[in-house]
Design a protein around this ligand. Structure first.
Ligand code: SF4
Ligand code: FES
Length: 374
């Protein structure tokens, strides 16, 4: 903490537009990953926004100053109108990224998306080998299909990022995962440790890496970065439970990202619906600009004025923005507390207790029958 910390910010006066729109087109997905970032309560197909509403949202986003749209889900290729939505994004001048498992894509569909102006594709990989990849996704043939689709993306001339999700059960194969992804022609790798919200929080004791695994993973990434320099960029998302300071979740609440759920709720992050006392507006009744600039839910944790001590007088407060509100809620029951990941947080003992939990063997898979309508 520092006496020279800047004054608290939080005034809605000068709000820059979001950098990116996260368009969760659907929660439908053939995979059942036990660390899925979707909420435990999934939106059913009948409650999804229609094409006309998404088209309006994309147009409003471009007018607001948004630069990028990330089409995600669930599995965004489950939407039959995906090509139409990509074409709309291109038309209004948004850089478009498709975040996909790949298992429903083929050459013809990829060609259609490229023709519509898709700028970039991100394919997730759950492991290096077929047995591990198929088991964690609970989908036979997933890993082989992903490799096939990654090669098709590259052949189509689209830039490919491979998202490599890592945890206790597959970290031993991280070197092989990196080799596989680089060999497929990915020019960017995102080595991302599981973040513990929603489904992943339910599986935390089964997926949390050990300290020794983390040290090894850091070394693997450093070696691969040096070896693949100039050919492949590697982003690394460490597991924040093992860190001294929290991550700047979403680059700060309501600062850079706006997330639209399949049913049209506008959120500052993908997990924000877990916060019980906030009323999240819908794009079906309000414009994106109104929501971004004045919705109370977006103001609630924007800036630094909401912060309790020790964040309020900490010189890191405009770097990590007090960490993650959803994690603070999930672990302490109060979204307005300092993220317990921070070693300065009054609740940091919760993280130490979680790290000391005995490893569990069973997994809770993301299954749609658990879904409820919003
Ligand atoms: Fe400082 Fe709060 Fe960030 Fe901890 S979470 S480093 S106390 S601003
Ligand atoms: Fe919601 Fe971090 S996931 S603020």
């Amino acid at each position: 903490m520092s006496a020279s910390a800047p004054p608290a910010t939080g005034s809605p006066g000068a709000i820059e537009p979001p950098l990116a729109l996260l368009a969760e087109l659907t929660h439908r997905c053939p995979l059942q990953c036990p660390y899925c970032s979707n909420p435990r309560a999934l939106v059913g197909r009948g409650d999804e926004l229609d094409t006309a509403t998404w088209t309006r949202v994309l147009t409003e986003a471009a007018r607001l100053g948004v630069l990028q749209v990330h089409f995600s889900g669930g599995e965004p290729t489950a939407r039959r109108d995906l090509v139409e939505l990509v074409r709309c994004a291109t038309h209004v001048g948004l850089y478009s990224n498709l975040i996909t498992s790949g298992v429903q894509l083929d050459r013809a569909r990829l060609a259609g998306l490229a023709d519509a102006g898709l700028d970039h594709v991100q394919v997730s990989f759950q492991d290096a080998d077929d047995a591990g990849g198929d088991a964690i996704a609970a989908y036979d043939g997933a890993q082989a299909k992903k490799r096939e689709v990654a090669a098709l993306v590259v052949a189509q001339g689209l830039p490919l990022t491979a998202n490599l999700v890592v945890h206790r059960r597959n970290l031993a194969r991280l070197p092989a995962m990196i080799e596989m992804a680089a060999g497929l022609g990915a020019t960017r790798l995102e080595v991302a440790h599981v973040q513990y919200y929603g489904w992943a929080l339910a599986n935390r004791a089964a997926l949390m890496p050990t300290h020794a695994q983390l040290v090894e993973a850091d070394a693997v990434v450093a070696e691969a970065r040096a070896r693949l320099k100039g050919r492949v960029v590697i982003d690394y998302v460490p597991p924040d439970y093992h860190a001294r300071r929290p991550k700047a979740c979403m680059s700060g609440w309501g600062r850079r990202f706006i997330n639209i759920t399949p049913s049209g709720k506008a959120l500052p992050c993908h997990a924000a619906e877990t916060l019980p006392d906030l009323d999240f507006p819908s794009v079906t009744t309000q414009s994106l600009a109104t929501i971004w600039q004045s919705a109370e839910a977006f103001q609630r944790f924007r800036g630094t004025a909401w912060m309790p001590e020790p964040c309020r007088s900490c010189d890191q407060r405009e770097i990590d923005w007090g960490g993650c509100r959803c994690q603070a809620l999930a672990l302490t029951g109060d979204a307005a507390r300092t993220d317990p990941v921070c070693t300065l947080a009054p609740d940091h003992a919760l993280i130490e207790a979680a790290l000391a939990e005995p490893a569990r063997g069973d997994l809770v898979f993301r299954r749609f029958e658990r879904a409820i309508s919003p």
